[in-house]
Design a protein around this ligand. Structure first.
Ligand code: SAM
Length: 457
């Protein structure tokens, strides 16, 4: 929240437009911007973490916190037990639950995915035999996305770093495409006053054009009767309903009308044939957000998935060992890329192989181990995986202070007689690996992930 009054903070043109659009609600809208933004998290249902906190009304996985803790200093955050996510955007859960049969094996594309809020949410909602392609065009952001995906612990995912146009190589392939578009960010003015500074009418127009291009490029990859979900964190009609009106003039689709509970206070936007849902911070306990979903009503020829032999399966000796590390080994296949042993769901292997050859994959499945001199060194991602058989390894339950020292990559642990790879745990979740050497312990927490913040005094 900014310490500046909204009259100073809000750009003039934004202020006049919103005042005109909101009418009587304008003072409440302004007042909401003078209050702190609510803090919310979304839990990972695959990990053991059940907070006694008030629920986000439209999400079974979302909870509000009373105050904003320093998340970096919470080991459960690094274990992937929860993701810090703005409450309004958790409405994606309603869209999926109301518009799709989530028990089916679905092919899903999250086209603008970094840092991974909606992708990790999707992974929690989709069945295990569904496949998520989580894409981010900006390379550095794609790395952050891959890190967050690994923390979430699912293997039915590929993270790619491709331009939206690249997905035209997969015509008619996806059941669901989510375009959480880059936007002018009007809905985040309360949380991020810098977004106010950067706002201009020119930037809105630029965003609207870019959003149209992204939608247009994504469309061929959607199946007939597939679902396109479009969302932004802006109120701006140019970027929302006007863009969708423009889109529907060129494409055949039906908008989805969702059931809303009156106490949610979400605004339905109906601009025949466009239907969307808008969230205002003075009406909901969350930030500004817009979301709309439409079903494609155009025939689409489906891409033929061809196995191209690009993946090498891991050797029988390796597979025998990694199978014993895994809770449900019959579900997976293991491939080897240089030293890296990667686990992917068996049924998805041909598709992951094919897609990886067309796009720029940053990561896929779960990296289980590196093969070094006839030995398997477990990978960090596997410690966080939902498929790890934790009881196969020596586990050490850490206090919060010890866990933070481990996450800083300090060498604090002395193994008394223990030998081999062991898991460091906080509460009920794994944090990562150590190597017990009998008289000392090597901390194997990845250097790139280590926390650099000192503990709170
Ligand atoms: N879906 C993400 C989440 O829930 O964590 C947030 C996505 S953010 C609103 C929009 C993303 O689009 C950013 O990561 C940005 O880098 C990416 N982006 C920027 N320009 C783009 C473009 N021309 N095409 C596709 N994505 C773009």
């Amino acid at each position: 929240m900014s310490s500046l009054p909204t009259d100073v903070l809000f750009p003039g043109a934004f202020q006049s437009r919103m005042q005109h659009e909101l009418g009587e609600a304008w003072p409440s809208f302004k007042e909401a911007h003078e209050q702190p933004a609510p803090v919310s998290i979304r839990i990972n249902p695959q990990k053991k973490f059940s907070p006694a906190l008030p629920h986000v009304l439209w999400s079974k996985l979302g909870f509000y916190l009373e105050t904003r803790p320093v998340f970096t200093l919470d080991p459960a955050f690094h274990a992937g037990a929860y993701y810090v996510q703005e409450a309004s955007s958790l409405f994606l859960e309603q869209v999926l639950q109301q518009a799709v049969d989530l028990t089916k094996p679905l092919r899903v594309l999250d086209l603008c995915a970094a840092p991974g809020g909606k992708s990790t949410h999707l992974l929690s909602l989709l069945s295990n035999d569904s496949l998520l392609i989580s894409n981010e065009v900006i390379r550095a952001r794609a790395q952050i996305l891959w890190e967050n995906i690994q923390k979430w612990g699912h293997a039915n995912v590929v993270v790619t770093n491709s331009d939206p146009s690249a997905f035209q190589q997969l015509p008619g392939y996806f059941d669901i495409i989510l375009v959480d578009a880059p936007c002018s960010g009007e809905g985040l003015f309360r949380k991020d006053p810098d977004a106010c500074q950067q706002w201009s009418e020119d930037s809105v127009n630029l965003c609207a054009k870019r959003q149209q291009r992204i939608l247009h490029e994504a469309w061929p990859a959607l199946k007939e009767n597939g679902l396109l979900i479009y969302s932004t964190c802006t109120y701006n009609a140019h970027e929302n309903e006007a863009n969708l009106t423009h889109f529907i003039n060129d494409h055949r689709a039906e908008f989805v009308t969702l059931r809303l509970q009156p106490e949610w206070n979400i605004d339905e936007v109906v601009l025949n044939p466009v239907v969307g849902y808008r969230f205002f911070p003075h009406s909901v306990q969350g930030e500004g957000f817009f979301i709309s979903a439409m079903i494609k009503k155009e025939p689409a020829t489906r891409v033929k998935i061809k196995s191209n032999g690009k993946f090498n399966l891991a050797t029988t000796r390796v597979v025998e060992q990694v199978k014993s590390w895994c809770k449900n080994p019959d579900w997976y296949k293991w491939i080897q890329q240089q030293d890296l042993i990667i686990q992917v769901p068996e049924t998805l292997l041909p598709e992951i192989e094919f897609i990886s050859s067309l796009l720029y994959p940053v990561g896929k499945g779960t990296a289980v181990a590196s093969a070094k001199h006839d030995k398997l060194i477990p990978e960090h991602a596997f410690a966080l995986s939902n498929s790890i058989a934790t009881n196969h390894f020596a586990t050490t339950l850490l206090t919060k202070a010890e866990a933070l020292a481990y996450l800083r990559k300090d060498s604090l642990f002395v193994s008394e007689g223990l030998k081999g790879f062991g898991l460091m745990c906080f509460e009920t979740n794994n944090l990562g690996w150590v190597n017990h050497l009998g008289n000392r312990t090597n901390n194997l927490y990845p250097a790139a992930w280590r926390i650099r913040m000192a503990a709170e005094s």
